[in-house]
Design a protein around this ligand. Structure first.
Ligand code: HEC
Ligand code: HEC
Length: 195
């Protein structure tokens, strides 16, 4: 609540919704910056209204915001996950891939995308237990190729298209999700690099 009010008075990014088309070809050309005045409502006027009508409206906005954020903020994660799986890249949200996909990842850690990310048996059991407990169950989050890249799941492609913008790798979530290190993938933190 406090944070939200503070961010209102700081002036939120004007288009709180990214609103980019899911059609792959137009996705990146239209997703230039955070400030996209394409929101269905104008936050400046909402702010004025909130100041005038007071807490009731602010509370309603907060609830809308909480609902909006649902499913785009992840974590916190147990130490074993952040220690073993967040040193080379962000801690990928376990919720975004199925248990089968994660099992493929943890069973091939000695040959992990050209690097050795192996862990001892006890650590692996802890990772497997954690990943399985949070894993997606929907088919669209299932791996689509042998290395089980979550960026190749049907879900990922439907959100991001199939080709990243030039010089960007989809695996580098933080290139666009500026709050990815805080496990926050909500729209307001997205800034797609333009070159
Ligand atoms: C030694 C560094 C290192 C560690 C430790 C590491 N990774 Fe990775 N991981 C990589 C690299 C490098 C890639 C490939 C990135 C790319 O394609 O740009 C990768 C890719 C991945 C991908 C596929 C991303 C995609 O493109 O969809 C997953 C999933 C993944 N790692 C999970 C894990 C998990 C789970 C752990 C912990 C058990 C872990 N990683 C630990 C280096 C590491
Ligand atoms: C090249 C920029 C870029 C990269 C890299 C990227 N994303 Fe995204 N992501 C976006 C954009 C833009 C959206 C908003 C798409 C929309 O709403 O139409 C998005 C949306 C999302 C969403 C929210 C989907 C929803 O519920 O609306 C999640 C979660 C997400 N990305 C996770 C990831 C993860 C995890 C990675 C790394 C493995 C990643 N993204 C890499 C640009 C990127």
């Amino acid at each position: 609540m406090k944070t939200f009010i503070r961010s209102i008075s700081r002036g939120l990014p004007r288009g709180s919704d990214v609103g980019v088309s899911k059609g792959a070809s137009t996705l990146w050309s239209r997703a230039g910056s955070i400030a996209r005045p394409r929101s269905p409502f104008n936050l400046e006027s909402l702010r004025t209204a909130a100041l005038m009508t007071g807490t009731a409206l602010v509370a309603a906005l907060f609830m809308a915001e909480a609902a909006h954020a649902d499913g785009k903020r992840f974590g916190p994660y147990p130490d074993v996950y952040t220690q073993e799986c967040a040193s080379c890249h962000v801690a990928y949200p376990p919720e975004l891939m199925t248990k089968k996909g994660w099992a493929t990842i943890t069973s091939t850690l000695d040959k992990h995308f050209g690097t050795d990310a192996s862990v001892d048996a006890k650590t692996r059991a802890a990772l497997d237990g954690f990943l399985a407990s949070r894993a997606a169950t929907r088919e669209r989050n299932a791996p689509s190729e042998p290395s089980a890249r979550l960026t190749r799941t049907a879900w990922f492609a439907s959100e991001h298209g199939s080709t990243p913008p030039a010089k960007t790798s989809f695996a580098n979530c933080a290139a666009c999700h500026t709050q990815a290190e805080k496990n926050d993938y909500s729209e307001r933190g997205i800034k797609v690099p333009t070159k």
